[in-house]
Design a protein around this ligand. Structure first.
Ligand SMILES: [Zn+2]
Ligand SMILES: [Zn+2]
Length: 319
């Protein structure tokens, strides 16, 4: 099969189809999304070597359970042992022996085929097209915030970063009637948030008052984002960290102590919640697609994303 492979540099390769272990399904990838984590992986994040890609929608082509064959699915990215202390406590996404497709020790979805335990699969509702279903994973990550902290209606929330994840987080928080301000540096992306009824602020052009938000979600994808988040969060407020990057972040820890700010890490979330939002069209995702490329143009797709700072670029292995 054809796949994008990273071994210090990214290249298009002809490789073996992934071996399907017992309990696993083999999926033909229909669409896969490139996310900030993939770009960080190319910079060295997680030390990953192999086929990247963890946001995808596919069709089941092989599975022990024949009921799955032919189904259109999305898949949870963490593959867990089911027996360690974290798995037994119901914190499977924190399994100490986990592999993660395209991120930790497991081939990912920038390929014609990907293997995943059938327990990780969720069928995509008929009303949700592939171009929306491919957002299930990042949208689930956005939904995770609501599982971690209460956000009562009217809460003043800033989403720092107007990229793919920031715009998903902002929409999820708008669903619970938070008062959302998106802070970014790209007029076109901020315009989209404005159309959706959010307050927007251009970080380079207008001053953002200090200590003005109860919750700040850091989704800039950059190590400098945390320091900015700590500046604009109010005393006793919460900074939710969504960015994963390869570099170390520097920030003023005294600010954290003096203002008694809670710093909250936030990663993967519930797929059923995300599929529910996509099915009811409460969250707009197809507007975020900037370009769809065949898998063979994968290298150009990464370059395009880097050069244009556009929103979502999708790869279509079947095209
Ligand atoms: Zn991702
Ligand atoms: Zn485990």
């Amino acid at each position: 099969m054809k796949a994008l492979y990273f071994d210090g540099t990214l290249s298009l390769r002809e490789t073996e189809r992934p071996q399907r272990a017992s309990g696993e399904a083999l999926l033909a990838v229909m669409l896969a999304g490139i996310c900030g984590t993939d770009r960080q992986i190319l910079k060295g994040y997680s030390g990953f070597r192999g086929i990247p890609g963890h946001e995808f929608v596919g069709e089941v082509v092989e599975c022990d359970d024949a009921g799955w064959i032919g189904k259109r699915v999305v898949g949870e990215i963490n593959v867990t042992c089911q027996s360690c202390q974290w798995c037994r406590r119901g914190l499977r996404r924190h399994c100490q022996h986990r592999t993660v497709i395209g991120i930790i020790n497991r081939p990912g979805a920038f390929a014609e085929f990907v293997a995943l335990p059938s327990a990780n699969l969720h069928e995509v509702p008929r009303e949700v097209p592939n171009e929306a279903a491919v957002f299930t994973e990042p949208l689930a990550a956005a939904c995770e915030i609501l599982e971690q902290i209460p956000i009562p209606p009217g809460t003043r929330v800033a989403v720092l970063g107007d990229g793919r994840l920031g715009l998903l987080v902002a929409q999820v928080l708008q669903q619970v009637q938070a008062q959302v301000t998106v802070i970014g540096r790209h007029d076109d992306k901020l315009d989209l948030a404005k159309v959706w009824g959010m307050t927007v602020a251009h970080a380079g052009k207008q001053p953002i008052p200090a200590k003005s938000f109860t919750v700040v979600v850091e989704a800039t994808g950059s190590p400098q984002g945390l320091d900015q988040a700590l500046r604009i969060v109010e005393p006793r407020g919460t900074v939710v960290m969504k960015s994963t990057f390869h570099e170390l972040a520097r920030f003023d820890t005294a600010k954290l102590v003096v203002d008694e700010v809670t710093l909250l890490g936030s990663r993967c979330g519930s797929f059923p919640a995300a599929l529910g939002l996509l099915r009811s069209k409460q969250v707009k995702v197809q507007e975020l697609v900037s370009k769809t490329c065949p898998l063979e143009a994968g290298l150009e797709a990464f370059q395009y994303l880097e050069q244009t700072a556009c929103l979502k670029v999708l790869l279509a292995p079947g095209a």
